[in-house]
Design a protein around this ligand. Sequence first.
Ligand SMILES: [Zn+2]
Length: 431
Amino acid sequence: MSNLGKSMKNISILTAACLAVVLGLMVAPADTPPTTRPATKPATKPAPPAKPLTETEKAAIAGHDLLVDAYLKNDFEAIEANLKVTSAGIYKLSTEQRANVEYIRRAAQEQRPTWWPKTKSSANSSFQSGIWGKPLMTNYVPADELGVQMPVDVRDGKLIMVVSWRPTNVDNPRAADGALAKTLGVTKGDIGEVVVWHELGHLFISSAFSADTAYELYTKYELLYGHLQEFFADMTAIYHATPHARRIALVLRLDSLDPPYGKYREIEPHTRGANAIGSMFLSEVLMDPSKWPNVHLPPKVPETEPELKTIVYVYEHFTATWTFAEDKAMREWALKVVKTQGDQIFRSKGMIPLQEKNSFSLMEAQDREFQKKRDAWVTSKLNAAIAAKLTDKEPPASATMPGNHGTVITINGHTIRTGDQMPPRIEVPIY
Ligand SMILES: [Zn+2]
């Protein structure tokens, strides 16, 4: 690292560097038109044809629903088989069904690209991965405990980074540990892939900078840069993950947002990044809760920190099932944020625009006024949702137990917060 620090450039370098990142981020992945409507209804059968359907045509129509089901379950063999079946009779499908088939074909390719098996290699491996539609030279080192990205060398003025994670978690079908993990049916594979995509998200950002600029960012803007890195790494995981793992990229940060033993750590970059993402997602949901049937809102406005407590409630009360429309909406939301706001978020030093002129500053000291405004906004939107009967009902008194936060949380009938001795909701390696 010694030859990194020789030139300390002025702030214009930061701006230039940020633009470089931004330009990188502005390139949409090949597959997804960002302006498509997020929600699609379950399949409806096309109008009865004039002549009887052939077996191939019947199979294609049935194949559409099987394909959607396989996609939501990460069953890549069944995805492949049903893509063949639907393609053979694609002309018998409705416009909407055809769009779904094409969407799944592209998304599945991106979720399990040809290089994916290398992510579970037991030996060091260098390969070309792809993030946000761009190729990315990837040096991977298997490790037991951590998901991490770190610089190891400087070559041609660029930092050479390695990424590292626990290969045994990748594609591992075993259940993850923790009460919430059980409720949501989280596998170790879900955690493994969130970590892989997160680290590759870091690598994507780091790869945009020269060594000098990276040094400057790490020294002059260490805290801000750390916050931006974690925010974009988690957004990368939300977009690139499979449907089974996508929500887990949010939920894995729950214990940092609402720690069982300590207090919220304002300065910790993963926590701030996760809070920003929670705030953004909640703002999407509150604009139209009816679009998110498996996102639950609290029965009353939390007495303190209404925004943060509502984010926590939402994460703790996701239903285990998740619709294709919701998954697609979440994926397209992540893409839209990075593609249309990534530039602005970097250049404005971590200012994130939200619905209805709200903002979130990744830097907590700069966020306090915005937080007050968001708390008022969430309160008013929640009150409207309660009036429209779009929130959960009050749990019966018998279901409540005193906790160290003075609140009672049950998930689908399971109490998962029991006070000071509360175990993690999901056991997850540090990443
Ligand atoms: Zn990270």
